[in-house]
Design a protein around this ligand. Structure first.
Ligand SMILES: [Mg+2]
Length: 365
């Protein structure tokens, strides 16, 4: 089987919870790219790339689109889609970085391979070691009272894990956690994400002050490159420290682990360049005995279906994962995949297993 055509188109989804912010910025829309890869056997796959907000990724939809349509796509036409190690290696040779564009191609390839063999995507990387995964839902940084109300609404839908975006003042951050805890009760797992807002000493003070409200995980309290600062925070607070912005690759994972800077690493398909590369980072964590979970870029059911295929395949996964954010997105061209009572189960249809409205995307034949 040979790849005959690679096409990528832009698509924008919007956050139905308006005014969503994190400590580094905010936007009510998310620019995505849908990618269709065709073969000479008539089988095709569809993937999605999440270029990410520019203040997070440093990249844009226009740049990722150009890289897929003008550089990566033409380079893999003529190759066998099952030669994924060779394809990923070829893309890395063509361009440093641009992992978010590469991830979209990786997802289209897994969708394609699954359809070609009539198996769900996770069967292509070892199969499922669990049936379903508990979902963490994210909550943007709103005023404390509003954040508590919005968080309660999510918990009422059956979710048992929340990640709260924080990173303004000490007083406000502590009040956010306090009000949410009081609103959702003692049994919900709470993660807080600073998105690098604090100095190490600020982070230690804030996390210690939140101690009465039982925070399970504190994510990326300090700047991505400050691994010694992360290690200092880790030594001085009770919650697990989760590295996100500090880890984009297996090399980064090694550095975080060598610096004893985190208890858990956030594995993300867009940030790390696709399922194939994420599984290599996961292997580093497994070798070191460091934890991991699946983080997300909000966007489409297609990405979260890929996320859950990946999550069920990871042997050491024990924490809830960020694989339900499609629920708050409007204009998703995908259907046939939902979260049930706070848990996600991978679709059993071939490939990624989600129905994509190709006509709407202008990716029909
Ligand atoms: Mg994060």
């Amino acid at each position: 089987m040979r790849i005959t055509k690679v096409r990528a188109v832009p698509h924008t989804v919007h956050n139905t919870l308006t005014g969503w912010k994190i400590s580094t910025g905010g936007s009510d829309t998310h620019s995505l790219i849908f990618i269709r890869i065709d073969t000479d056997k008539g089988v095709f796959g569809v993937g999605v790339a999440s270029p990410g907000q520019i203040f997070i990724s440093g990249d844009t939809q226009a740049h990722c689109l150009e890289m897929i349509n003008q550089v990566f796509g033409p380079a893999i036409v003529g190759t066998d889609p099952f030669d994924i190690e060779a394809i990923v290696s070829e893309l890395d040779g063509l361009s440093k970085g641009v992992e978010r564009a590469k991830a979209g191609i990786d997802l289209a390839l897994y969708d394609l391979m699954g359809k070609a063999l009539a198996v769900p995507a996770n069967a292509l990387f070892g199969g499922a070691v669990r049936e379903r995964v508990r979902v963490t839902r994210l909550m943007g940084m709103y005023a404390p009272k509003e954040m508590a109300e919005k968080s309660s609404a999510i918990v009422r839908k059956g979710y048992t894990a929340l990640k709260l975006k924080v990173g303004t003042t000490l007083k406000e951050d502590v009040e956010r956690v306090q009000r949410v805890r009081e609103a959702v009760g003692p049994d919900v797992t709470i993660t807080i994400d600073f998105n690098m807002h604090c100095t190490p000493k600020e982070a230690i003070e804030r996390i210690q002050k939140m101690d009465p409200y039982d925070v399970a995980i504190a994510e990326q309290p300090v700047k991505d490159t400050n691994l010694r600062g992360m290690a200092l925070v880790r030594q001085n607070v009770r919650p697990l420290i989760l590295a996100d912005e500090s880890v984009h690759s297996a090399v980064d994972a090694l550095r975080v682990i060598e610096n004893e800077a985190a208890d858990v690493l956030s594995l993300k398909i867009p940030k790390m360049g696709g399922i194939f590369k994420v599984r290599k980072v996961a292997a580093v964590c497994e070798a070191a005995g460091v934890g991991y979970l699946i983080g997300t870029a909000p966007g489409s059911r297609l990405l979260d279906a890929a996320n859950v295929h990946l999550a069920v395949s990871l042997r050491d996964l024990s924490l809830p994962c960020e694989i339900g954010e499609f629920e708050r997105m409007g204009n998703d061209p995908c259907r046939g995949f939902e979260i049930v009572e706070g848990f996600s189960t991978p679709p059993q249809r071939p490939g990624l297993g989600v129905e994509v409205d190709l006509t709407k995307l202008d990716l029909g034949d």
